[in-house]
Design a protein around this ligand. Structure first.
Ligand SMILES: [Zn+2]
Ligand SMILES: [Zn+2]
Length: 440
C-alpha cells in the first residue's frame, strides 16, 4: 500500500507512552495536529480508550502497544547514487518506516561518494518525498581515498550531520587528526569505522577458534580495538566529538567505558547483528548473509556488547543496514560482499535479544533508539514533547512474527534473520504527522 493513500491520525489512544527524553512512561493519549504533537493526556486507568472508536480514520487504538518517539538510526547505507539496483533513497526510507524509523543517517560510501556539497544536496533532494527524514553523512577524505580532507564546512552547511569514512578507517592518524580539528568548528561528530587495514588485511570472518577450524582468514579483535584506541586518543587530544560505529568486541567496549570515565567526548553504537549473532554460526551454514564488517564475534564479545548497552557505555543501537544484490551475496563466502540489511528487523531483535530476556527495560532500549542518537547528530525528533514534530512509532512489544523476505520493503533481501521469530512488531509509523507505515 502506498503510504500516501493512508489515513491521517489525530489521536493515538490508550497506549503505553514512553518518551525517554522526557522521562515519561505512562498510559495515555497523544493528540496530533498540523504535523506536530499537540498535547499528551495521561490517564490513571488504562482500561478504556477516552473516546469511542467511531471513526477509525481519526483515532488509532493503541491499547496493548507502546507509543514511542520515531526511531533514529545513525548508520544506514542507501546505495544511491550508484547502486540503485540494491537500494534507493526512496526504498531505503520506506524500509526504515516499516522498521519504525523516522530519521536515518546515510553513509557516504556511495558511487560517487558523498564527499562534496553537491552530493549532499543531491541526497537531500532525493529524500524530499521519502518516507522518513534522511540526513547525509559526508566523507572525511575526497573520494574516500584517505588522502585529502573534504570541504567539511561546505557539506555541513548543505546539511551533512556528521563525517565518516565508513567502510574503512582513515589509515593516516595525521589525516584523522586534521579532520577532528576541523569538525570542532561545526560541532558535528566524526563517526569512526574502526579497522586497522594491515591487521584486517584479507580476513573474512572473526579470527579465533572457528576461523582456524574452517581454515578461513580472520580479522582479529585487535584490528578494531587498535583503531578505537587511536581515535579515542585523537579525540582527547583535539577535543573533537567522536562516535564509534558498530562496536563489536569486548575490548572496544572496555576502551570506550574507560574513555568516558576520563571525560573524552566519545559515544558508541552497536548493531543488532552484533548482539544477536556469533561467528560460530558461519560454520553451520556458510550463509554469506552472516558476512559483515566488523565480523560477527564470539559469545564473550556478544555478552560484552549487551552489557555495554545496558550500562550506558554504548549510547545507541544503529542498524548498519547494508543492502546487497542477490547475485553478489550468492557467491563463495570469501568473495561475497560484507553487510546485511537491518532496518526492518531491528526492533524485533531488540525485543527478542535484549528486552524479553531481561537485559534492558523498554524505556532504556528506546533511549538507545531515539533520544541518544538524535542528540549525537543534533537532529530534531527523538522525543515526544508537546509542540515537537509528530515523529511517532507505535509497536506491539509482545507480538511474535516470522521474518519473511517477501515482505521486506528494502530492495535487497540479504538478511540472515529470514525465518527467525522476532518479538516486537511495528504497527504504525508517523513522520511529521504523516502515516508512513501501517502494519496490515
Ligand atoms: Zn562500517
Ligand atoms: Zn556501515
Amino acid at each position: 500500500m502506498n503510504p500516501k493513500e493512508l489515513r491521517t491520525i489525530s489521536i493515538i489512544a490508550g497506549g503505553r507512552i514512553i518518551d525517554p527524553a522526557g522521562g515519561l512512561d505512562a498510559t495515555g493519549d497523544v493528540y496530533l495536529k498540523n504535523g506536530r504533537v499537540e498535547r499528551i493526556e495521561l490517564r490513571k486507568r488504562s482500561l478504556l480508550p477516552p473516546v469511542r472508536l467511531e471513526s477509525d480514520a481519526e483515532i488509532w487504538d493503541a491499547r496493548g502497544c507502546i507509543v514511542a518517539p520515531g526511531f533514529v538510526d545513525l548508520h544506514v547505507h542507501l546505495r544511491e547514487p550508484g547502486r540503485e539496483d540494491e537500494e534507493t533513497i526512496q526504498t531505503g526510507a520506506r524500509a526504515a518506516a516499516a522498521g519504525g524509523f523516522t530519521s536515518i543517517c546515510c553513509m557516504p560510501n556511495t558511487d560517487p561518494p558523498i564527499d562534496d556539497q553537491e552530493t549532499v544536496r543531491f541526497v537531500l533532494d532525493q529524500a524530499r518525498e521519502a518516507a522518513c527524514r534522511v540526513y547525509p553523512v559526508g566523507a572525511i577524505t575526497q573520494g574516500q581515498k584517505g588522502e585529502f580532507l573534504t570541504e567539511i564546512g561546505d557539506m555541513v552547511a548543505a546539511g551533512a550531520v556528521a563525517i565518516s569514512e565508513d567502510g574503512k578507517s582513515v589509515a593516516s592518524a595525521e589525516v584523522q587528526r586534521r579532520a577532528m580539528e576541523y569538525v570542532r568548528m561545526f560541532d558535528v561528530p566524526v563517526i569512526s569505522h574502526c579497522e586497522d587495514p594491515t591487521l584486517a588485511a584479507n580476513g573474512i570472518m572473526n579470527e579465533g577458534t572457528v576461523s582456524t577450524r574452517l581454515g578461513m582468514p580472520g580479522v582479529p579483535a585487535a584490528a578494531e580495538e587498535i583503531m578505537v584506541a587511536r581515535d579515542i586518543q585523537l579525540a582527547a587530544f583535539t577535543g573533537a566529538r567522536l562516535h564509534i560505529a558498530h562496536v563489536s568486541t569486548a575490548g572496544s567496549a572496555r576502551l570506550i567505558r574507560r574513555a568516558k570515565r576520563d571525560g573524552v567526548r566519545v559515544t558508541g553504537e552497536a548493531a543488532p547483528h552484533h548482539f544477536s549473532l556469533l561467528d560460530r554460526m558461519i560454520a553451520d551454514s556458510f550463509d554469506t548473509n552472516l558476512k559483515v564488517n566488523p565480523p560477527l564475534r564470539t559469545e564473550k564479545d556478544r555478552r560484552a556488547i549487551v552489557a555495554a548497552l545496558a550500562d550506558g557505555t554504548l549510547d545507541c543501537i544503529a542498524t548498519d543496514h547494508a543492502p546487497h544484490a542477490i547475485e553478489e551475496k550468492d557467491n563463495e563466502f570469501d568473495v561475497a560482499p560484507n553487510g546485511m540489511i537491518g532496518l526492518e528487523t531491528a526492533l524485533g531483535l531488540v525485543g527478542k535479544m535484549l528486552v524479553h530476556p531481561g537485559y534492558l527495560e523498554w524505556p532504556q532500549a528506546l533511549g538507545l533508539m531515539t533520544r541518544n542518537p538524535a542528540q549525537i547528530v543534533n537532529v530534531p525528533g527523538g522525543c515526544l514533547a508537546e509542540g515537537e514534530p509528530a515523529d511517532i512509532t507505535v509497536f506491539n512489544p509482545d507480538q511474535e512474527w516470522v521474518v519473511d523476505a517477501g515482505r521486506f520493503f528494502s530492495r535487497s533481501r540479504n538478511s540472515p534473520f529470514v525465518g527467525w521469530t522476532l518479538v516486537g512488531r511495528i504497527k504504525l509509523t508517523i513522520c511529521g504527522g504523516k502515516v508512513t507505515h501501517l502494519d496490515m
